[in-house]
Design a binder for this molecule. Structure first.
Ligand SMILES: [Zn+2]
Length: 369
């Protein structure tokens, strides 16, 4: 059994940060011990005394004007049933205060796609108003707010134009996409024109899962498995498809960044390298990959939303420190101390920490720090 001192040491090593309130609620014995509570990082963030700018590439909002295009009850249901949902409607001072408290200098906003099953005209209107409003928000705080464009990917020809407009007309930093489009995988050739345009523009596609709807019945019950398993699994499938169907070979310069540390992909990646050896009849002889499946992971980008220093250490070991950047899910409280998480990852050098805190995202998205 651990002594209290050992438990505190272990907790600190695991990078668990207690705010004063959480300290009282979660560890009353420790509060009574008068052990100094570790304060969460706020702005300005420093590494070895030097100011470092931080960028969170995974933050959300909704645009009221786009939701107004829906019937009222449907618009209401589009808000996720989670803590922080109210803050999806951005009130600027509140949003900036939240970022200050997290030690985040700049956020890259994205809207999770809820319009992939809408008909063409409505989808076009939703995306247009969202991209316009995202651009307006960013213009109000040009040093602190950036955004990924929305795309009506179910109509790839439309999505190509929306991507061009999003980047050139509205100054957005690429596009946020789901992990499939109404059941169609990203590896489907119908999406090739969109990936070709993203590659040509040199902009990033941010993959964000939406559960794995095909497994809905198995996710029922306690624990919100549709999210805690469904979301990382959805991302894992999306990335695996891009690798195995040869999409990343076809578009070798495509910049793809995956939410939630890429889901489970990094946790059990080497199995990918063995599948076609163990069971060649399950692999398409017409698809000859240019690299080992795991090697593609080093050209993909991932956010840091993997919770513990050990998980971050492992992700970095699999994909490289140059491929990882802060992701919080703000305003949903999944990762409220993103800076402390990175600072507590002892396997990282100071240069790697600085890169993950903001340098990698700045380089990938062309953000001046
Ligand atoms: Zn998210």
């Amino acid at each position: 059994m651990l002594t209290r001192r050992e438990m505190i040491k272990d907790t600190a090593a695991a990078g668990v940060i207690f705010t004063d309130c959480a300290l009282m609620a979660a560890a009353p014995a420790r509060a009574q011990s008068r052990a100094p509570a570790k304060k969460a990082s706020r702005l300005p963030v420093k590494v070895k005394g030097k100011r470092v700018k931080t960028i969170d590439i995974h933050a959300h909002c909704l645009i009221a004007e786009a939701l107004a295009l829906l019937p009222a009850d449907e618009a209401k249901k589009t808000y996720p049933q989670v803590k922080g949902s109210r803050q999806f409607d951005i009130v600027l001072e509140e949003r900036l205060a939240g970022m200050d408290a997290q030690g985040v200098d700049a956020e890259v906003l994205s809207i999770n796609p809820w319009w992939y099953r809408k008909e063409r005209d409505l989808a076009a209107d939703i995306v247009k108003v969202q991209n316009e409003k995202l651009a307006e928000l960013c213009a109000q705080q040009p040093d602190r707010l950036f955004a990924f464009a929305s795309l009506a990917l179910q109509f790839p020809d439309l999505a190509v134009q929306q991507l061009v407009d999003g980047v050139r007309k509205y100054g957005l930093k690429g596009a946020a996409i789901g992990a499939s489009v109404a059941g169609v995988e990203f590896a489907d050739p119908k999406f090739h024109p969109v990936w070709a345009k993203a590659e040509e523009l040199g902009v990033t596609l941010f993959i964000h899962p939406q559960s794995t709807p095909q497994l809905e019945s198995r996710f029922k019950g306690n624990g919100w498995l549709s999210n805690v398993i469904g979301n990382p699994l959805d991302t894992t499938i999306a990335l695996s498809k891009l690798i195995f169907e040869g999409t990343l070979d076809r578009f070798p310069d495509l910049k793809v960044c995956a939410a939630h540390g890429g889901g489970y992909l990094g946790s059990y990646a080497p199995r990918m390298d063995h599948g076609c050896y163990v069971s060649p009849q399950n692999c398409n002889p017409d698809i000859v990959l240019k690299k080992k499946p795991t090697e593609y992971m080093r050209q993909l980008y991932f956010d840091s939303l993997v919770f513990t220093p050990e998980a971050l250490r492992h992700l970095v070991a699999e994909v490289g420190a140059s491929q990882v950047m802060i992701g919080t899910d703000h305003p949903i409280p999944w990762n409220e101390h993103p800076v402390d998480h990175i600072m507590a990852t002892k396997s990282l050098t100071d240069a790697q920490k600085i890169a993950i805190l903001g340098g990698n995202a700045a380089k990938l998205l062309g953000i001046k720090l």
